[in-house]
Design a protein around this ligand. Structure first.
Ligand SMILES: O=C[C@H](O)COP(=O)(O)O
Length: 337
């Protein structure tokens, strides 16, 4: 497809950052811990699983519409590297990819103006490198702080790590909660911890990683979601990517329904970030349709939705190349992201 052949549907959905709505809505200020609300929360696991089982089969966006949704998905990726062998070189390459996530010839064939990913997500040690590499792009750096991924280092060091990441230039902080507070029903401890993390973030936005694969039940996932939102989380995020079970559709449905309910009761919109194991374009489309159906179009924006993913971008780029050329290239031709 050439630029002149670009269909109206693709242009209408043009997902460049310049076209994104500038949302000036208040951050979630949180509220006092409402234990009655938290304890009343239930989750009907079989109903949630039944609803989720219908989702992939109902995905129906095709051709130009699918390309438009995939481009939109890119703008909502926290392009991630969280490996023990991360180097400055790898982070710089990832930052270059975040600034130009799709090959120029594919973008030209689609008739699209430039887009970027939503953010880069790295360990604290790599924040300065990423901030420097992204200078002038407007792409924020997210740091996983607080003893990621287990979150079991001394509390004062977890708070200090947040402060150091913010000082190094991180605009977003992905914290990990203490799973034991959920497993023992110590909601006050979880609330106090989250509140302290939010305070340490200052102006930086805070995403609360629940590590849902370690919380035991969807009811615990829902209760932990509410407590973190009450304590002022800007986003709730499923997983570190290091648990044996990471983002799933039932967990996502559970969490986004708590977001919907919290918004209805408080007026605050909290963002959602599924993370871990999302590596296929078709899965990204299912997540986006779930968000659209459950939360509405307002949430389909980097302000309120992110994918935490290290290898999703490569598959999306491959699908976009197929869309414009009719051929799939080998995965190694899109080696980063
Ligand atoms: O927060 C992001 C995750 O760690 C990424 O997980 P992934 O490598 O499975 O995509």
């Amino acid at each position: 497809m050439t630029a002149t052949q670009t269909s109206p549907s693709l242009n209408e959905a043009q997902p460049t950052t310049a076209h994104l709505p500038q949302i000036h809505e208040p951050r979630n200020a949180g509220m006092d811990l409402d234990l009655d609300w938290v304890r009343a929360v239930q989750a009907n696991t079989s109903a949630i699983e039944r609803r989720c089982a219908t989702l992939p089969g109902r995905r129906s966006v095709k051709k130009d519409h699918q390309a438009a949704w995939l481009l939109k998905a890119i703008t909502m990726i926290d392009l991630t590297t969280l490996s023990g062998d991360d180097t400055a070189g790898r982070v710089k390459r990832l930052c270059a990819k975040a600034a130009h996530p799709v090959r120029a010839d594919i973008m030209e064939a689609l008739g699209m103006t430039p887009i970027t990913t939503g953010a880069i997500c790295v360990y604290h040690d790599m924040v300065e490198t990423a901030v420097e590499a992204l200078s002038g792009t407007g792409i924020p750096v997210a740091a996983v702080s607080t003893g990621f991924p287990a979150g079991l280092s001394p509390f004062h060091l977890r708070v200090k790590e947040i402060e150091e990441s913010v000082k190094a230039g991180a605009k977003e902080i992905d914290i990990v909660i203490s799973r034991r507070h959920v497993l023992t029903g110590n909601w006050q401890a979880l609330y106090d911890e989250m509140r302290a993390f939010r305070a340490a973030c200052g102006e930086a936005h805070v995403k609360a990683i629940l590590a849902t694969g370690e919380l035991g039940s969807l009811r615990n996932v829902a209760r932990a979601s509410y407590v973190c939102m009450m304590a002022g989380a800007d986003f709730i995020k499923t997983s570190t990517g290091k648990e044996s079970v990471n983002a799933t559709l039932p967990v996502s449905l559970t969490m986004i329904r708590t977001i919907r309910d919290y918004h209805a009761r408080t007026g605050f919109r909290v963002g959602y970030k599924p993370a871990g194991g999302i590596s296929k374009a078709k899965d990204a489309l299912v997540y986006l349709s779930l968000i659209k159906e459950e939360l509405g179009n307002h949430w389909l924006s980097p302000h309120l939705f992110r994918f935490g993913a290290s290898s999703l971008l490569g598959d999306i780029e491959r699908q976009l190349e197929h869309h414009v050329t009719g051929h799939y290239s080998a995965a190694w031709r899109h080696p980063i992201g």
